[in-house]
Design a protein around this ligand. Structure first.
Ligand SMILES: Cc1ncc(COP(=O)(O)O)c(C=O)c1O
Length: 402
């Protein structure tokens, strides 16, 4: 048996709480429990058939696409992104210098950390947040300073509280709206203007993760940070095909914005990967060309499911916030559950006893304790059952719902 320990950086990472849920989920399936999996933001909708057809045709009839791809993204991909960005956000991008293809935004964000961080450098990471910002910082040898997203202020961060000693050593600030896991959105644009000002003043890269920009409801339109004056001086923005086009398994996204940051990321990536396969890039082009039709349908599905689940919860006396965006509900646990079990143990109990899988809030950072995240990634007719199973566990725990 080989006995080489993994790197200190890898060992330093906290236990991945979601792997506990994944293990229990597997056990539940093995026991033939009727699992309702609402844990991961993994779209259950199939990718649009025209995109699938484009992939099949390309792979079958264009063998040149089987070769190594153009790592920064082929001109057709980057030009189509530029056209889409102009149509969608009114922002003009230079396809040569301000757009880079990534193998999903997770890869791009992780490599952004590795591109810019040296040991001792800080990143500024919202708490709670998508775990990659923290984990990639640590894997890059950096340190993450966690700043709290406060429900009282709509989960919009208060940068003013970040200490100077941290700011002096900080290189990247992460922001993500529409937000995972809290579902918060930016409605007051002064927040984004302030973020740009703050990043400029403190010489920070503003990494704006816009993975959910298109999953919005009730007429809400998510902005791009690049719409605001001065953003291109400091910001890059990540976009993903995973949620917008239900293409999570295809692994494709892009980053746009500051030319220098993008050139350095491109340089780093050239040492470790070959980019997005050409046939996937061409499929992504098709997706962007069909954007309106596909996204309207996707939005309708998540909005309908949101309304069903909120209503089903209401029927058992459990009131949750109605999100304007994302494919999640961010639900406050009854105080009795938070004080007794906490979010991880609650999620485990719910899964083991009823087969409903959710993500414990604490998995997104300590400020997520007292909440859970429910992903709307199952058929409409499953939410009724899911709510009844919550009801059963709440009753067992002696929780009195209104
Ligand atoms: C906020 C956020 N950013 C990025 C990602 C990753 O997206 P991709 O599939 O493009 O890597 C996710 C996935 O859940 C996410 O929630």
């Amino acid at each position: 048996m080989i006995s080489i320990s993994p790197s200190k950086k890898l060992e330093q990472l906290p236990p991945y709480l979601f792997s506990r849920i994944n293990k229990l989920k597997l056990e539940a399936y093995q026991k033939n429990l009727d699992v309702i999996d609402l844990s991961m933001g993994n779209p259950d909708l199939p990718t649009d058939s025209e995109i699938v057809d484009r992939l099949c045709d390309t792979v079958k009839n264009h063998p040149r696409t089987h070769r190594y791809p153009q790592a920064k993204g082929m001109p057709k991909f980057r030009n189509t992104v530029a056209e889409w960005f102009l149509r969608r956000f009114g922002v003009k991008l230079n396809p040569e210098k301000e757009i880079l293809a990534v193998i999903g935004s997770k890869e791009g964000v992780a490599h952004l950390c590795m591109t810019f961080l040296d040991p001792g450098d800080y990143t500024l990471v919202p708490d709670p947040s998508y775990p990659v910002y923290y984990n990639a910082t640590v894997l890059a040898g950096g340190r993450a300073y966690l700043f709290k997203l406060d429900p009282q202020s709509g989960y919009l961060s208060d940068f003013g509280k970040i200490p100077q000693r941290v700011l002096k050593k900080a290189k990247i600030i992460f922001l993500n709206y529409p937000n995972n896991p809290t579902t918060a959105v930016v409605e007051d644009e002064s927040f984004l203007k302030e973020a740009i000002r703050f990043a400029k003043k403190n010489n920070l890269i503003l990494c704006y993760d816009n993975a959910y920009s298109e999953i919005t409801f009730d007429g809400y339109e998510a902005p791009s940070i690049l719409q605001f004056d001065g953003a291109k001086d400091v910001a890059v923005e990540f976009h993903s095909f995973s949620k917008t086009f239900s293409m999570a398994g295809w692994r494709v996204g892009f980053v746009v914005g500051n030319e220098y940051i993008i050139s350095q990321l491109e340089k780093f990536k050239s040492f470790v990967d070959y980019g997005v396969p050409t046939f996937i890039q061409l499929s992504a082009v098709k997706a962007l060309l069909e954007y309106e039709r596909i996204v309207n349908d996707v939005r309708k599905v998540y909005q309908r499911r949101r309304d069903i689940m909120v209503k089903e919860f209401k029927k058992i006396g459990y009131t949750v916030d109605v999100p304007k965006a994302t494919m999640y509900l961010w639900c406050k646990l009854p105080d009795k559950v938070t004080q007794g079990l906490g979010s991880l143990k609650f999620a485990e109990k719910l899964l083991v006893e009823t087969g409903v899988a959710i993500s414990p809030g604490v998995g997104f950072g300590s400020s997520g304790e007292g909440y859970f995240r429910l992903a709307l990634v199952t058929a409409d007719n499953r939410f009724h059952d899911a709510a009844l199973r919550f009801d059963k566990v709440f009753k067992e725990l002696g929780v009195k719902l209104k």
